[in-house]
Design a protein around this ligand. Structure first.
Ligand code: GDP
Length: 481
């Protein structure tokens, strides 16, 4: 297969400062080497050399331990839901962490990055649950192996789901004092959902890690971006600082390393970009997510979007009849506005607004919305492909406005290294005032963080443990700055 070895041949930097390995065939996954220099201004954020070398050594470990290897067969041989506690039997050469697919695509990408980072920090191999459609959306990220968990993985044949009442749920075992270093189980389930207790959330603390580290298999169910809390563990913090000297680049780098849309998705992105966005001098992304009765159109949300974009000078004010007679500019600027939402009405209204009346800057405003799916249909292949394509399209804009609390928006802005304007969550069917706030970080917000720090910092509230992990601007949660 053709590989890209000579970076100097290509305009831009196909391997993004060494973040990507050159060991892949190009055609099987066009987005891998193309996306970063064809459509994007080069990211101002370069991966550290330490991150690059860590990723290359991770790739070696994954190849040695991945599905189909002797090590994998050995490690899965005795796994079952009711295995007896026996640490010595499962003392293989590879340790694993299994990521389970849950909730919407934004949630999935955030947790996948979080679990991968945890794997990097703990020298584990990540395997992803392939019973849903993640394999239809993303290319393989590691060369010469697969990250997809084989469908015959023994721990997937369960009748009751993974939850707090699962017998090997770490938090529950902690609460019942039924786990200690003399009884290390071959697998543990880590529950990182919005209903997690502190006993679930604090798995990364040193005290907990000294035990969890010995467990060969960890199963993660998560729907939150838990990366900010990993910095509460001093050992992790030292390593993380070397990996990410620029702290707010964690998701940006990990997403560009891990998430390469499959050709079918990439086709949607490139066509749409060429047809609608490439000609514009400036691109504005607006992501509208309504967390009420299946989304839908609400006038107060429309009002909020308009008030935010005008107030922040992202879109011009409309002209009065008097003002519109003045000729403002001979060569008006073309601005493309990319709206994404489940409902098609927002972009229609915006389009009408700017086509029916002239505006004060004289810019030509073109409004586009790739799809209006009406309601969330997670796990339907084409629906999820559109969602992924739209996250990517949004990431290619110059400025972005996103909805508070939406992981869909988090992926889009962080991937694009954009500091978003966050639309506050409306309450009582009224547009909040102020309508939005500019984030000073491009990191996603961890929406249900622990309330306090680890071990020595148990008495310190979580937003004050380290200076660069602080409360999010728009909503309760923690973010890296
Ligand atoms: P969150 O619920 O906003 O945090 O984002 P998720 O991505 O986790 O879940 C919402 C899901 O609804 C998405 O994955 C899509 O399936 C769908 N969805 C929501 N907003 C949009 C949108 O703007 N465009 C498309 N195509 N799908 C959307």
């Amino acid at each position: 297969a053709a590989t890209i070895n000579d970076e100097s041949e290509t305009p831009g930097d196909k391997l993004i400062g060494g973040l990507l390995t050159a060991d892949f065939d190009e055609g099987s996954c066009l987005s891998r080497y193309h996306k970063n220099f064809l459509y994007r201004k080069p990211s101002p954020y370069k991966p550290s050399e330490y991150l690059v070398s860590k990723l290359r050594s991770y790739e070696m470990i994954h190849k040695r331990c991945g599905p189909g290897t002797k090590a994998y067969k050995e490690a899965t041989k005795h796994l079952s839901h009711d295995e007896s506690y026996n640490a010595s039997r499962s003392d293989g050469e590879c340790r694993y962490v299994v990521w389970l697919a849950d909730y919407g695509l934004g949630n999935r990408l955030l947790t996948l990055a979080s679990v991968f980072l945890y794997a990097l920090l703990t020298d584990r191999v990540i395997l992803v649950d392939n019973r849903k459609d993640i394999g239809d959306l993303l290319c393989e990220p590691f060369p010469g192996t697969s990250w997809l968990l084989p469908l015959d993985f023994p721990l997937m044949k369960y009748t009751y789901g993974y939850n707090k009442d699962y017998p090997r749920c770490y938090g529950t075992m902690e609460e019942n004092h039924s786990i200690n270093s003399t009884s290390i189980p071959p697998h543990l389930y880590l529950h990182n959902l919005h209903d997690s207790r502190d006993s679930d959330k604090m798995f990364f603390c040193q005290k907990d890690q000294s035990l969890i580290d010995k467990v060969p298999w960890l199963i993660f169910r998560a729907n939150v971006y838990f990366v900010p809390s990993l910095w509460f563990n001093p050992t992790f913090q030292a390593e993380l600082t070397k990996l990410f000297p620029q702290k707010e680049t964690v998701f940006h780098h990990l997403a560009r390393y891990l998430f390469h849309p499959k050709n079918q998705v990439w086709d949607i992105v490139t066509k749409y970009y060429h047809d609608h966005l490439s000609k514009a001098e400036e691109r504005l992304g607006i992501q509208i997510r309504v967390f009420r009765d299946q989304g839908g159109y609400y006038q107060h949300v429309m009002d909020q979007v308009i008030s935010c974009t005008q107030r922040e000078k992202l879109l011009p004010e409309l002209a009065t009849q008097e003002e519109s007679k003045v000729n403002i500019s001979n060569t008006p600027k073309l601005k493309a506005v990319l709206v994404t939402s489940l409902s098609p009405e927002y972009s229609k209204k915006l389009e009408n607004m700017f086509s029916e009346r002239s505006n004060l800057t004289g810019e030509i405003i073109e409004v586009y919305q790739p799809s209006g799916e009406r309601y969330q249909q997670t796990d339907k292949k084409q629906h999820d492909q559109k969602a992924l394509a739209e996250m990517y399209l949004l990431s290619l804009t110059d400025n972005i406005v996103t909805s508070s609390r939406s992981t869909f928006g988090y992926v889009a802005y962080s991937l694009g290294a954009l500091k978003p304007w966050l639309l506050y969550l409306p309450n009582d069917l009224k547009a909040p005032d102020p309508p939005c706030v500019r984030s000073t970080s491009m990191e996603p917000c961890f929406l249900t963080p622990p309330t306090h720090g680890c071990d020595a910092d148990l008495g310190t509230e979580s937003g004050k443990v380290v200076p660069f992990v602080r409360y999010c601007e728009d909503i309760w949660g923690l973010k890296l700055y």
